[in-house]
Design a protein around this ligand. Structure first.
Ligand SMILES: CC(C)(COP(=O)(O)OP(=O)(O)OC[C@H]1O[C@@H](n2cnc3c(N)ncnc32)[C@H](O)[C@@H]1OP(=O)(O)O)[C@@H](O)C(=O)NCCC(=O)NCCS
Length: 430
């Protein structure tokens, strides 16, 4: 065996095994040969929540959590946030390269062309209760889109995948905006194809009686940057759901519904709402030390802090903090910002947070900005799902074309009862 290998000794048998190391990884299947008795199943790894298991090889997003690095297809997130647009970034994610000018124009045209949704979708949305959570409406309606596009089942047809990708990136803002308008009892505002991706989304959300909605360019750009920051994040919970559900070869609308549902959970896409609720609960800078004491006592968590992967300042949080200043010049300053800034200052100097490497994550400031822009809290996870659609689709296509992939089907360690005979109900004592 060469140097790039691992030698394992099974102390039960005294046998040694050489396992190849590739990309700093060993194949879990290479452990299957390790058996104490010939009829053993062979060794498995136990890794609930996949904390140390690579479920795929990917060429899309790179994260170095210790250094606080995030790159899409090799491009640093800071450069994309400063120089790119969301649609260009979406193109980069799904196609692998930055577009040539004519390709970006064609991509933007295709997305714009697909923003309308079938009128029957409005009927579903009308059927939801008046105070239905827009994320619940989004999960339902995006899944329902699969029934409108039976061609989406042809997942190994490149052209079909291309069309569904355009449709999904284009229609998610429309579904989201309609869900929002339903929740506030306003008539739906149809897409305006003259506007940018985020400009059109703002128009569908906030257009009143004016003939044409003119988005504020600062808010339009801020939302575009927030969309860039949320476009992908490698194998997070919702992306894992997208890949796992997609591995059954279901159509992409159904898989996106599953990914959106995963994003609905408070530990994933719901954390920025939890941050706002926490900041409102703290209420005043003078109450921060008492709150930190509760966090350190294990009574509550400091929402917007900590990350499974980042053990450093989340690079997206840094960019969002800069956008906040630009947004607050247009909107009124969100009073919760002062509490957040002071909370961050205290936490970053406190041994509890330092030793556990707990830093602000993307959600710590995003909710404050969304709130200042006029979004209700229910819309926060929706604002995450729209841009993440590009990442989900990129990961889904990569999974489909990866020859290593099969239907996702983890193993388990069975600890339940051994075989036992059924006891008839009459024979069971109370
Ligand atoms: C994101 C998160 C779920 C990651 O969790 P994880 O990787 O499973 O980390 P753990 O829950 O194992 O936490 C590790 C340690 O840090 C502590 N910790 C983690 N996040 C914390 C937080 N936000 N506040 C206080 N303590 C925290 C845990 O209590 C644990 O301490 P222990 O080792 O003494 O038991 C977690 O940090 C969290 O709940 N953060 C708040 C919610 C949030 O902002 N989510 C958005 C993520 S983008």
């Amino acid at each position: 065996m060469g140097k790039d290998s691992l030698t394992i000794t099974d102390n039960r048998t005294g046998k040694t095994y050489d396992v190849p190391i590739e990309n700093e990884t060993i194949s879990a299947m290479s452990l299957r040969q390790i058996k104490a008795k010939p009829d053993d199943f062979g060794l498995m790894t136990y890794d609930p929540a996949f904390t140390n298991t690579a479920s795929c090889k990917s060429r899309i997003t790179y994260i170095d959590g210790d250094k606080g690095i995030l790159r899409y297809r090799g491009y640093p997130i800071e450069q994309l946030a400063e120089k790119s647009s969301y649609l260009e970034t979406a193109y980069l994610l799904v196609k692998g390269e930055l577009p040539k000018p004519s390709h970006l124009k064609a991509f933007a045209h295709n997305i714009t062309f697909h923003t309308m949704i079938h009128e029957n979708i409005k009927k579903f949305i009308d059927g939801f209760h008046h105070d239905a959570h827009p994320m619940g409406i989004l999960v339902g309606t995006v899944g329902a889109l699969s029934t409108f596009y039976p061609d989406a089942k042809r997942i190994f047809d490149t052209e079909s995948r291309r069309v569904q990708t355009h449709r999904l990136i284009a229609k998610m803002p429309t579904l989201a905006a309609f869900a929002y308008r339903h929740s506030i009892g306003m008539p739906y505002a149809y897409p305006d194809n003259d506007l940018s991706y985020t400009g059109n989304f703002l128009s569908m959300l906030f257009k009143m009686t004016e003939l044409k909605y003119h988005p504020n360019p600062v808010l339009e750009r801020a939302l575009d940057v927030l969309f860039i920051l949320h476009a992908d994040h490698e194998q997070n919970c919702s992306t894992n759901a997208m890949r796992s559900v997609g591995s059954s070869h279901v159509d992409p609308y159904s898989a996106i519904a599953a990914a959106t549902a995963a994003l609905y959970g408070p530990l994933h896409g719901g954390a920025n709402e939890a941050v706002i609720r926490m900041l409102m609960e703290i209420g005043d800078i003078k109450n921060i030390p008492a709150y930190i004491k509760r966090v350190k006592g294990g009574e509550v968590r400091l929402m917007g802090f900590g990350h499974r992967i980042y053990k450093n300042y989340d690079p997206r949080a840094k960019i969002i903090k800069q956008i906040a200043d630009q947004v607050f010049e247009v909107t009124r300053r969100n009073s919760l910002l002062d509490i957040a800034l002071e909370l961050e200052r205290i936490a970053l100097a406190d041994e509890y947070f330092i030793s556990k490497k707990l830093y602000p994550n993307v959600d710590f400031y995003s909710g404050i900005i969304y709130q200042a822009m006029g979004f209700p809290m229910d819309m926060f996870p929706v604002l995450f799902a729209i841009p993440r659609t590009a990442g989900w689709l990129a990961q889904w296509a990569e999974m489909l074309l990866d020859e290593d992939q099969k239907i996702a089907r983890p193993r388990q360690v069975y600890l339940g009862p051994a075989v036992r005979d059924y006891v008839p109900i009459e024979a069971r004592t109370e």
